[in-house]
Design a protein around this ligand. Structure first.
Ligand code: PLP
Length: 433
């Protein structure tokens, strides 16, 4: 796979380099120059296989020139270790549950795949790769679990002490092994500044091969294509031409939706996407009138989507040649406040005995707003409701079942190294290991 940058440079980059770099040298984001165009039978023949089998077939196509077949096999086997079940809400509506990974959110797919790819690269070059990343919560959890025990990769997670929820903190401070949690005496902004300082520090760079686990990394988007493929193939009615599906995607930084666009560009039958957001609705606004205005983010109960300047929007613009009309034809915007979101959680519980988390509820509402009687639709469920006990217990008391994974976590011991918000202290920790 060759990649171009959404920035101004005409240079092309190979997949390995793009994964190790994250951002293109011109500051743009990487996108595949060309995607394979399999025949329609490629999709229909996969029906009935599990998500991992589909990942093998699609990664074989996408990464044919980049990795040996053994390497591709290893990447998929390491990354796709949990299922993405489809739940039927009604005849025409399915929910795709993406929260059965270790941190109970869809980001596990991206983090595990990126870790698997970096392990293959580390083995090949016989040199350790060091990940340094800042987190205010969820990213750290997905990264820590995704990279835990990944051969040849060590991970440093910087987080603001006392400023993440205790449960989130446990998700990235209890693993040990190759995962080191640095509890910074400062804010999330300090953590981000310190990560940047590591990357510009010559003495660190000369001793460590540094990479970020950034959410804009192209390695995160590929596995997210797979679950769209899995779901859209599996919900096809038997024995007829491929039926285009309406996909509603609860969105913040729009990585998830961008992955859906990539899958569609490979020929996956998707009729339209719904870009569903909370009151941080800069993309629905753009879809409405063609003007984009980033805004400071506002806190909501679907907090992983509190994004006022979505990092993947440039990718979307580029994929539509900056043509607003073209994009607005394929992607429908919708946004909802916390009150509507809460009401949807309660309604769906009462009507279907199905419990949605606040992010999924936003996707559900977006689906209702845009589906027509002809549509067959898919709603992406991005997190397990048990990740948001305060909100859920208030809305539907007694409905929540906490998965064992979370209960066990609460009993584990936190292991973090306190550091002052100072690059010298962070450097000592990095180089001292
Ligand atoms: C990150 C996240 C989202 C938003 O996904 P993007 O790819 O950033 O649009 C939605 N729901 C949950 C639970 C998330 O963690």
């Amino acid at each position: 796979m060759r990649l171009y940058s959404t920035g101004s440079s005409p240079d092309r980059t190979d997949f390995r380099t793009a994964v190790k770099r994250g951002l293109a040298p011109d500051g743009g984001l990487f996108l595949p120059e060309r995607l394979p165009q399999p025949a329609p039978s490629f999709w229909s023949e996969m029906k009935g296989t599990c998500i991992k089998d589909k990942a093998h077939r699609v990664f074989d196509l996408l990464l044919e020139d980049d990795f040996s077949s053994e390497q591709r096999h290893e990447i998929v086997e390491r990354a796709f270790t949990f299922d993405a079940p489809l739940v039927t809400l009604d005849d025409r509506t399915r929910i795709l549950e993406l929260f059965h990974g270790p941190t109970l959110a869809f980001k596990d797919f991206g983090a595990r795949t990126m870790a698997a790819i970096l392990s293959v690269l580390a083995a090949e070059q016989g040199e350790k790769i060091t990940i340094v990343t800042a987190t205010s919560g969820d990213t750290g959890a997905a990264v820590a679990h995704g990279f835990h025990k990944a051969p040849g990769v060590e991970v440093f997670i910087l987080y603001p002490g006392g400023q993440v929820s205790p449960l989130q903190e446990k998700q990235f401070t209890t693993l040990g092994d190759n995962i080191t949690a640095l509890e910074v005496e400062g804010t999330f902004d300090d953590c981000q500044r310190l990560v940047k300082a590591c990357f510009s520090d010559e003495s660190i760079r000369s001793q460590k091969q540094l990479t970020t686990a950034n959410s804009i990394n192209i390695a995160r988007l590929l596995p997210q294509m797979i679950y769209y493929i899995h779901a859209v193939v599996e919900i096809q009615p038997a024995g007829r031409e491929l039926l285009p599906i309406l996909c509603s995607v609860p969105s913040g930084n729009f990585g998830n939706l961008t992955a859906g666009l990539l899958a569609r560009n490979m020929g996956l039958p998707v009729s339209r996407f719904v870009a569903a957001t909370n009151i941080n609705h800069v993309v629905p606004d753009y879809l409405e009138d063609g003007s984009f205005q980033s805004k400071p983010s506002i806190r909501t109960i679907s907090n992983a989507m509190d994004v006022g300047n979505p990092s993947n929007f440039d990718r979307m613009l580029d994929m539509y040649d900056h043509d607003h009309k073209k994009m607005a034809g394929d992607i429908k915007g919708a946004w909802f406040d916390d009150e509507k979101t809460g009401r949807a959680i309660r309604d769906v519980w009462q009507r279907h005995r199905y419990l949605m988390d606040p992010h999924t509820a936003v996707g559900y509402l977006g689906y209702l707003e845009h589906r027509t009687p002809e549509d067959h639709g898919l709603i992406l469920a991005t997190a397990h409701p048990a990740k948001f006990p305060e909100t859920i217990n208030k809305l539907v008391p007694g409905a929540l079942d906490t998965p064992d994974k979370l209960t066990r976590l609460a009993g584990k011991e936190k292991k973090s190294l306190p550091v002052p918000a100072d690059i010298r202290a962070v450097k000592e920790r990095l180089l001292g290991s």
